[in-house]
Design a protein around this ligand. Sequence first.
Ligand SMILES: [Zn+2]
Length: 316
Amino acid sequence: MDKFSVIDAHCDTISKLAEQNTSLERNADIHVSLQGLKEGSVDIQFFAAWIGPGNIYGPYLNRGFELISVYERMLKKYDCFFYPVTKVSDIYSPKNAGKIGALLTVEGGEVLEGRLSNLNVLYNMGVRLITLTWNFNNEIGSAAMDTMAEGGITAFGTEVIKEMNKLGIIIDVSHLSEKAFWDVIEVSSQPIVASHSNAKRLCNHPRNLNDRQIKAIVSKGGVIGINFYPPFLSSQKADITSIIKHIEYIAGLTGVNGIGFGSDFDGIDELPQGVEGPQDFPGIINELLRLNYDEESVQKICRGNFLRVMKTVMKE
Ligand SMILES: [Zn+2]
């Protein structure tokens, strides 16, 4: 493993593979390529099954199953490159040495279709993180981008959170409304993450987190994955400096224990200048080192913080 290996907590590459007849060889259609992951020293990549609107992609659970089968095909096709992470011990297994860990996530709790038993089904399929909502309110709670974003977490959502804590599935609050966010903080007995969100103080977007939210995530032992989508980074043109500014801001607010990366590669239609894929993580890391962040802090931001949450929540 390289000194500054990276855990990237969010990408939408599975949807890209599902919709376009593309491969993970480096090409213009995808951000996350095999070569890019290697060049960027990515150690674990979270792969999201993005459920999306039902009127476009069909019934939610079915859509989840379809994307999970795309994910499984990807693992099979590139089995000398990836290994699936379903237990923390997978990361340390000698048979996985030299490979990149793939962690399966679902973006959109509507996948459960309001049934708690579906959580077990998804856990058994390897899902280890669920983003409770995408852009629309669902059975679990209300979303930041919904026109009716005032609601919190529902009674069903409360049960889902408790069950996720029990099973060892990481709770992701990116996309949640603020009221729902505070309900999660209250209900979850485990650390939570915002896998791909930034600081609202620097970029006033409903998808970003205010200072109180950032502090609450960090004091619960959780992590915020910095999102590379330019409209979440800056109201002006975004580049590597814009990414660094969000890291600096959160570090100033709470220290470095709650900062990670959640690039949103392959889920975003524009990128910051100087970033084309995971191959550009070293450019970001070098900038942090240049700013005199000590190696231990940089390692936490790159990998250590998300790994800590995985160890705490996934249990085994
Ligand atoms: Zn998202």
